[in-house]
Each structure stands twice: as C-alpha cells, then as structure tokens.
Design a protein around this ligand. Structure first.
Ligand SMILES: *Cc1c(COP(=O)(O)O)cnc(C)c1O
Length: 491
C-alpha cells in the first residue's frame, strides 16, 4: 500500500514518508491507495483490548512499520497518561451510548491521536534515516494545540509551533497552551479565526522558497493537524474497539449495524468512522453535527459547499470552522478516486469560495446525515441531559446530542447509536455553568470549581492544577507574520 495525494500531482510515498511530510507537495492530502479490510473476524473483536485493536488498525494502514514498532508506539502512547484503564469509556445516556474520548492528558479527544503521533513520527524518522530536524506546525481551534504540545514537548529532533486564534478559544484551552513547558515548544496567538490559522499553515507548507531555506538549516516542516494521515488513522481504532465493547456488553448482536454521531469541525473524526466502515465495519449512518457555523450541514443537504457566509464565534469553539480540510479526503473516495475533479473543486473553493458536486457524487453522500444545533439549543441540551440523566455534556458533545435528537425525530430510525464524546465539560466550564443556570464568573477557574460543586462531577487532574502554573507564552501576531515568526523561532 502506498500513499497518494488527493490532487494527483505528487509522487507515491511510503506510509513512513507520508507521516513525516504531513501534507502532499501539491497541497493535497495523503490517502492510502486502498482501504485495508479489517484483518480479523468481526466476532473476535469483543475479546480484544484497546491496544490490540489499535495495533491491528495501525498495522493495516501503515505496512512500512514492523509489528514490534507499531506495538511499541501503541503501548508508549496509551498508558497511565490516560485516567481510564480501557483508554476510552462507554457511558449509556438515555437511549444513546456516549463514547468518552477525553480521558487523556488534555481532556479532549485530540489526545487519542496526538499521544501516538510523536511515536509514529520519531519511529518513521529513524526508519527513513531522516537527518533533518522536524518542525511540527499546528493550527488549532483550541484542543489540537495543547494535545500536540503535550505529545511533542521535549521529543528529540523536533520543534513544535502552535498557532491559535486570539480571543477565540475557551479560557481553559488558552491557559492550557500558554502554560506549556518544554524546551522545543512555541505557542503563538494570531489575530484571526481558526480558518486564518489553518490557511496560513497550509500556505507555509506550500512555500517552496521557505522549504529550501529551511532545508539549508537541516529543518523540515510537518503537520500535527488531522491533515496528517498519522493523526487520522489512530482515530479509526476507537470506533472499531467500541463496536466490540457494545457486543461484549450485550447491547448489540455481532453484525448488527450502528449509527455514529460526531460533532464535526475539520471532518477528521467523522472521516475516521467512515474509514471504519470502508474496512468492513457494520456502520450505518454517520450523523454529522455542526454548530451555527453549519457549512457542512448545508453541504450534506445540497451538495454545495460555500464559505461565502458569516463566521460565528460560538460556545463550541473547537468547531468554529468554515474550511473543513478532511472533506477533501471523503470527496476523493466518493468521486471514484478522480484527483483531477478534486483539484478542480479545491481550486474553486480557493478562488470562488464555493463548489458544487457533480450529480453522480450526490448519491454517495447517502451515508451521511447533516444537521446543526444553535448555541441556545446546546445550552438547553446540557441542562436537560443533566436533569434527566445526571450526565454532564461538554458543549461539543451537546451539539451532537441535539442533532441526534433531530435525526431521530425526522427519521424514526431506532438503530443503536453512539455519540463521539469529544471533550470534558470542564474545558468549557463557562458555557456549562451558564447552561445549568448559575452565574458565570469572570474567572474561568472559579467556574470550573462551581461546576464541580454543583454537579459532584470531578475536575480532571490535568485541569485542576492549571491555575497555579506560570504563563510561559504570550506572543500575539498578525496572521501575515506567521512565516517570519517561524523563521525567527528556527534561526
Ligand atoms: C477538534 C474538536 C472537534 C472537531 O473534530 P474534527 O476532527 O475537527 O471534526 C469537536 N469537538 C472537540 C471538543 C474538539 O476538540
């Protein structure tokens, strides 16, 4: 299996090379030349641990690593950094199952992939005898940044630079990043939103002149965003693992179909579920949940993707995105792997701010249902689910919960359903405390404590000591200064 670009103008790469490089040289995204089949019988799945499932998935997609290498990465990543021994947890809430993906060090699902990406990257660097220092660039809507910093802090042979939108992430998210320790970590706020940060990073990747300059300093750039295939594939594992767990718990029969609801921003997490289906998992509908920035809802319902619309800062900031990068990978697969077509669509998006799918591709979107929840609906969902079930949702998972509600009302579909629980409610304490009807304090930490006091749910250890930590990063720049900032950091 090789890795090729969605836009067709880059040479084939080994999986190791694709992980080191991050983005293809023609600005496309790397995709596997074929999606592997699940390498075991479905009936075996319920017997496997998280580590076993993750190893199987990674070995299937990354054949250039040995079994020993993959297992070493898996066991180094998924260890006591996670506060749950099964790494992920499934909680029944009303008639759905919440797949809690936030038991890692930074209390959001980004830990699931960013705990392992540095290990995959350093293993790949060794295997390819890469002599250059790798500088990881990440644009973040709040959660990727901290998870990438934790993952790459003090990793030999790497620097990590994170760009986040100033005043557009939650207070806890910001404090998590600005207090980051490590001799190779750099955190920079930019004036703009997540799309500005992500486009800036993509432009830097496409800058041949900069690449040459850095090469002369023995430095190569790579990505920690879900545009990196090494970030995306580890996420396939938890959907497959959780299916086995539902069978084991007697909640479904082996072979029975399930729906998966995902609160979506960059389309990475939901694409990982789709890859699970392509591997042969009995997944039925993928329910794509958006907030008020509902560009994906409109796309799934009409086939037209348009960013010619207002951008909103919402109470689910990690989904405040208009340019959803990984959609490009889905389009590639449903276009019959037509890289010319994908190139044209992406050029229209860049030039005209929109594109429309040709008719034959519209049917292929049938696996997906799209809808959105307003900020008010998000708040009432948090308070209702707390009252009815004593389960505390974060704002992103609440968006997904509400959208599932709409799906059920519209379709009457009773298929067993799991929701990707993407963050601890404490990361968004201000919005959560407001939703529960209490006064919001100026001080984000007071709100965290109030949430704990009022609900009895415990603040995760990783967030509890945040207030005492020194602020080590405070740079704010204009977005057109990103490239110069990188040069300054690396020289
Ligand atoms: C990143 C993030 C999302 C969106 O995930 P994508 O892979 O970008 O679709 C949703 N919720 C939370 C809490 C996140 O951090």
């Amino acid at each position: 299996m090789k890795y090729i670009s969605t836009r067709g103008n880059s040479t084939e790469k080994k999986s190791t090379e694709a992980i080191i490089q991050g983005l293809a040289s023609d600005k496309g995204l790397f995709i596997p030349s074929e999606i592997p089949r699940l390498p075991i019988d479905l009936s075996m799945l319920s017997e496997l641990t998280y580590h076993q499932v993750a190893s199987l998935v990674l070995m299937s997609f990354f054949p250039d690593f040995t079994r020993e290498e993959i297992e070493h990465c898996v066991f180094s990543a998924y260890d006591s950094k996670f506060d749950h021994s099964n790494i992920v947890k499934i909680e029944k809430v009303g008639d759905i199952e919440v797949l809690e993906l936030f038991h890692g060090k930074t209390a959001a699902f980004k830990d699931m992939a960013l705990s392992i990406l540095p290990h995959l990257m350093t293993t790949a660097i060794k295997k390819e005898k890469e002599n250059n220092k790798i500088c990881i660039l990440a644009a973040t809507s709040g959660d990727t940044g901290k998870a990438a910093l934790e993952g790459f802090a003090n990793v030999d042979g790497t620097e990590i630079v994170v760009f986040y939108p100033h005043n557009a992430v939650s207070k806890v998210q910001e404090r998590q990043m600005t207090t980051q320790e490590g001799n190779n970590t750099h955190v920079i706020a930019i004036k703009g939103n997540f799309d500005t940060a992500q486009s800036g990073v993509k432009q830097i990747f496409a800058d041949d002149k900069l690449a040459k300059e850095l090469k002369s300093m023995n430095i190569k750039l790579s990505s920690a965003n879900s545009i990196n295939i090494g970030r995306l594939i580890p996420q396939v594992a938890y959907y497959i693992y959780s299916y086995g767990q539902l069978v084991k718990q007697g909640k479904i029969n082996c072979g029975e179909k399930i729906n998966i609801v995902v609160p979506t921003g960059n389309f990475g997490n939901i694409l990982a579920a789709y890859y699970g289906k392509k591997m042969g998992m009995p997944f039925n509908k993928f329910i794509c949940a958006s907030n008020k920035n509902n560009v994906l809802t409109d796309f799934i319902n009409t086939g037209t993707y348009s960013i010619k619309r207002d951008f909103y800062l919402t109470n689910s900031p990690s989904m405040d995105i208009l340019i959803s990068s990984n959609l490009e990978r889905l389009l590639y697969h449903i276009s019959g792997e037509d890289s010319n077509l994908i190139s044209n669509l992406m050029n229209s998006l860049e030039k005209d701010g929109e594109y429309s799918l040709p008719k034959f591709m519209l049917n292929e979107l049938d696996d997906f249902y799209g809808n959105f929840a307003s900020e008010e609906e998000t708040e009432t969902t948090i308070s209702k689910v707390w009252k009815d079930n004593e389960y505390l949702l974060d704002t992103h998972t609440a968006v997904a919960y509400k959208v599932y509600d709409k799906y059920k009302r519209e379709t009457g579909d009773n298929t067993k359903t799991i929701i990707a629980g993407t963050a601890s409610p404490f990361k968004f304490s201000d919005s959560v405390i407001k939703s529960l009807g209490y006064d919001v304090d100026e001080d984000g930490f007071k709100n965290m404590i109030t949430v704990q006091e009022k609900t009895g749910v415990k603040i995760p250890n990783s967030l509890a000591d945040l207030e005492k930590k020194a602020i080590l990063h405070s740079t704010v720049i204009n977005s057109d200064n990103m490239k110069n900032k990188i040069k300054e950091i690396l020289s």
